[in-house]
Design a protein around this ligand. Structure first.
Ligand SMILES: [Zn+2]
Length: 338
């Protein structure tokens, strides 16, 4: 598609997300693209960048200023909500992402959102980072927020093992958890929009490795439709792992875009979703971005674009020791079209 004007990164990214025209391939991801080298260049590092909004914003800006991507997404980990709600979190270091260590809620009736949730440090830091990024880069670059969906929140706050067990033994209990937890997604999502996010990533790890396509449709599909309606902004779903068997449901879940892994073949995914949702991501992290050469990265990125993926970027949060040269190589395909 040719457009006679040069788009700003923001317009290009949002147009790709919404399935519109673009002047060249939009580049970016809605999961973390930071690495150790960016921590040095941006003079802001883990673990401080998880809890300090100003440092978070400085490091996240590297997605545009260092890598040349069209979007900035500052929430690097998946632990902000969990930490704010009482899970013990190991915030890691420059080489390790945070890990959620404990799950405080045994029963759905324990799911209560504290009045000061948005003021609690890990949540406040994300909101502050979005406000700063909006002011500094929002006139040119897409500022993307991120929230955990109710499925991921249940893994953190109730525990992966008990929750997955209950999907088989106690479906009403699973529904109660989801019904209550989804309000956290709405609250934090709306706060990020108010802080200045142009679009939201909803990360909800209902991956094929852990639950069946039937369960996705049964438990989450209606909730995802509700969430996208209530959030109202451009949204992209992130689920990693193999999701080939649930693409039909994902395509009709209400999201504008689906950020997916290379384990799902790009060409067949494009065919399956048939224009009902845009696709983003697909460049392999462990083999190509981490261990490959810049030329291999460029070839993967080009293949994804040619297959019909609308925004090209890493498939999931990149390993922190990924070479910057490789992350930059994705943007090599972003030559003006005509
Ligand atoms: Zn992922």
């Amino acid at each position: 598609m040719f457009t006679p004007y040069r788009m700003t990164p923001k317009r290009r990214f949002l147009s790709g997300l919404l399935g519109g025209r673009v002047d060249r391939p939009p580049i970016g991801a809605i999961t973390s693209v930071t690495n150790i080298e960016q921590m040095e260049i941006c003079e802001a590092a883990f673990p401080d960048a998880h809890l300090d909004g100003a440092r978070m914003a400085s490091l996240a800006a590297g997605a545009h200023t260092v890598l040349g991507y069209d979007a900035i997404m500052p929430y690097f980990s998946v632990a902000a909500e969990a930490a704010a709600l009482g899970c013990q979190v190991d915030w890691g270091d420059r080489e390790n992402m945070p890990a959620v260590l404990t799950s405080p809620w045994e029963d759905p009736r324990q799911v209560l959102i504290p009045e000061d949730f948005l003021e609690r440090a890990p949540v406040r830091a994300v909101l502050e980072a979005i406000r700063i990024l909006r002011a500094r880069h929002g006139h040119r670059v897409a500022i993307v927020g991120k929230v955990m969906g109710p499925w991921t929140l249940a893994y953190h706050l109730h525990g992966v093992q008990p929750f997955l067990m209950e999907t088989l033994t106690d479906p009403p209990r699973v529904r109660q958890f989801i019904e209550r937890l989804k309000e956290i997604t709405v609250l934090f999502g709306r706060a990020q929009i108010a802080a200045g996010a142009d679009a939201l990533c909803i990360a909800d790890h209902a991956t094929g490795d852990l639950i069946s396509a039937r369960m996705y449709r049964q438990y989450l599909w209606p909730v995802h439709q509700e969430l996208t309606r209530r959030l109202g902004c451009p949204t992209a779903l992130h689920i990693c792992g193999n999701t080939a068997d649930r693409l039909e449901a994902i395509a009709t879940s209400g999201f504008d875009c689906y950020h997916f892994e290379s384990r799902v073949d790009a060409a067949s995914a494009v065919e399956r979703v048939a224009g009902r949702i845009s696709l983003m991501g697909n460049v392999n992290n462990p083999e190509v971005l981490l261990r490959g050469t810049p030329d291999q990265v460029e070839a993967s990125a080009r293949a994804a674009w040619e297959a019909g993926v609308r925004i090209i970027g890493p498939e999931c949060a990149v390993p922190l020791n990924t070479p910057t040269e490789n992350l930059r190589a994705i943007a090599r395909i972003a030559q003006p079209m005509g």
